[in-house]
Ligand binder design. Structure first.
Ligand SMILES: [Zn+2]
Ligand SMILES: [Zn+2]
Ligand SMILES: [Zn+2]
Length: 132
């Protein structure tokens, strides 16, 4: 029917403009959407989570320039029964920690974000600081 068609064509996909409250909300929001890497401009979806992530600090989508996944308790969350860890870009992590100094470029690499570095629940073995 014509009227139905017209109604449907009026629906414009809207991206949320508000900052999501949690990393989990953010991931669920964009799950399945085609996203552009903030660094190389290639397009991926979050479903391909071995290569695609977004940074928990600057919220840029990344498949390169990745520091790794934060080992801290604030960056671990569940989506549909699976555990995910928040990924961070190399620009957003505190570089005084040894764990953050050895980027392999792999999204599976460990890192530590500012928030978890200050969290007493984060194991201190991750908080070793570079000494000269
Ligand atoms: Zn990229
Ligand atoms: Zn970042
Ligand atoms: Zn963290």
């Amino acid at each position: 029917m014509k009227c139905c068609y017209r109604e449907r064509s009026k629906i414009i996909p809207v991206r949320p403009t508000e900052q999501p409250k949690t990393s989990r909300e953010f991931t669920e929001l964009f799950w399945g959407e085609a996203l552009t890497c903030g660094v190389c401009k290639q397009t991926f979806t979050l479903r391909q989570h071995e290569v695609v992530a977004y940074c928990g600090g600057c919220y840029k989508f990344l498949h390169c320039g990745i520091a790794g996944k934060c080992v801290g308790p604030n960056c671990s969350f569940q989506i549909r029964g699976e555990t995910y860890k928040q990924t961070w870009c190399q620009a957003c992590i505190p570089t005084q920690y040894l764990i953050n100094l050895y980027h392999t470029g792999s999204p599976e690499c460990d890192c530590l974000c500012h928030e978890c570095a200050e969290d007493p629940n984060t194991h201190k073995k991750y908080k070793r600081i570079q000494t000269n």
